[in-house]
Design a protein around this ligand. Structure first.
Ligand SMILES: [Zn+2]
Length: 434
């Protein structure tokens, strides 16, 4: 034992010696920003200079007074608006907006080899990065097990390009609470989420997922939805409060958070009573739910855009349900915004094909009353706080990771400008420049 400590001590001393004579800091990169939206400030700033060294932002200052480090690489974005890399807090890299005509969701699980799904996920993460999304919270793999942990490792290992990933692995729902469904009851069908019944199974599933690399736990608190007797949106609840509490208690013990898919009604209220950290979708928020979200500091990731696509025919129960979902979402979002609920940008990409612009969600948020700056902060500094990464991502400030993007037009005048990203730097490395 004494020998071990002795070796450890010598190693420490020699490391300290190495640090003293370490070579000079890595070459700096200097970015000249015509307009800077830093992710935190309420106003943009003109003519700024950002100094990047290694994978971090070293300084941000006025161009008039900035000191450029000798030998720095210069990047001229003086005609562009520069922002922090964007964060989408609700994606599914293992979905591709499956076309019902090609078998839809079920065929993906039943016929696609896992390697094919991983290959498609590789394309999805590259698409996200190309569009300036340098961080994703990916909220479950839809039957692809722990594939998201593998994709994250591939990105971090430098094998493939992609955003920083926060992954939720398999997700949790109950019997009767997730596809595949509608098959002969004699058949044991695979499910797109881990199915649990009872608090013991719920806690065990959370432990397994956390053990295998989940950064977040995703729980489905509602499943089927339909138009009720008085024209209201009804959502089938899944986990009980006791089951959810077991998951939340376990996740919080590991220092992790729980994201809850919940449309409204009983399931949404169970989600809040059970201590969910974020409500996903929240289509139908009543006043009591909003009050409880404010009291508990619950995050709201509304994912508006996805409910405006793929509506069934208007004369079918499914089609009427699809229209009602979008109709109740708009006032829920406006009420939450007015009340000061912490709203975070999320899209449900994967539910939407990855060929579509991720930033389309900004337009919906602005259409429903959010200011462009607030919408940008929902995808930068506010999302960073939710992800326990405040000051590290979602901000252009000294000490933050150098995740930096630029657009040609002013997104505060036209939020659609964020759909045309022309420069992407992640972790100090330029990924895209055109
Ligand atoms: Zn989703």
């Amino acid at each position: 034992m004494r020998t071990f400590w002795c070796v450890l001590l010598m190693t420490t001393i020699s490391m300290a010696a190495q640090e003293q004579k370490a070579p000079a800091a890595p070459t700096a990169t200097v970015i000249r920003a015509g307009t800077l939206i830093d992710g935190k400030s309420s106003q943009p700033r003109r003519d700024q200079v950002i100094v990047v060294r290694g994978n971090r932002i070293e300084s941000v200052s006025d161009a008039a007074t900035a000191k450029t480090p000798a030998g720095a690489v210069l990047i001229d974005l003086s005609k562009a608006t520069v922002l922090p890399g964007l964060i989408d807090s609700h994606t599914h890299i293992f979905l591709q907006g499956e076309d019902p005509a090609q078998g839809g969701y079920d065929a993906n699980i039943l016929t696609a080899p896992l390697a094919l799904r991983a290959a498609r996920a590789t394309v999805a993460v590259r698409r996200a990065l190309e569009q300036g999304f340098t961080t994703l919270r990916d909220v479950e793999t839809e039957g692809a097990g722990y594939g998201d942990v593998g994709i994250k490792e591939a990105i971090e290992g430098g094998y493939i390009p992609g955003p920083r990933l926060f992954v939720a692995t398999r997700a949790i729902s109950t019997t009767g609470g997730y596809p595949l469904e509608g098959y002969a009851p004699e058949l044991e069908m695979p499910k797109g989420a881990q199915i649990v019944d009872g608090p013991v199974e719920a806690r065990k599933a959370a432990r397994e997922q956390l053990d295998h690399g989940a950064d977040w736990i995703k729980v489905y608190m509602t499943h089927r939805s339909w138009v009720g007797k008085t024209g209201e949106l009804v959502s089938q609840p899944t986990l009980t409060v006791e089951e959810l509490r077991a998951v939340v208690d376990e996740a919080h013990g590991w220092g992790k958070k729980v994201a809850c898919h919940a449309y409204g009604g009983i399931g949404l209220h169970r989600a809040l009573d059970g201590g969910c950290d974020s409500i996903e979708h929240g289509l139908d928020l009543d006043d009591a739910a909003i009050a409880q979200m404010l009291k508990q500091g619950t995050w709201y990731v509304p994912t508006l855009s996805v409910y405006y696509t793929d509506w069934g025919p208007a004369d079918t129960p499914g089609g009427q349900r699809d229209r009602l979902r979008a109709a109740v979402h708009d006032p829920s979002f406006r009420k939450a915004l007015k009340a000061g609920v912490k709203i975070v940008f999320g899209t449900d990409m994967g539910g939407i094909p990855w060929s579509e612009p991720i930033a389309q969600e900004f337009s919906r948020m602005v259409e429903f009353g959010m200011s462009p700056m607030d919408a940008i902060q929902s995808a930068t500094s506010r999302a960073a706080v939710m992800l326990d990464m405040e000051g590290k991502i979602g901000a252009i400030a000294p000490g933050a990771y150098a995740d930096i993007i630029a657009v040609g037009a002013d997104p505060l005048r036209d939020i659609k400008a964020l759909e045309s990203v022309q420069f992407v730097m992640k972790d100090g490395k330029v990924f895209r420049s055109n």
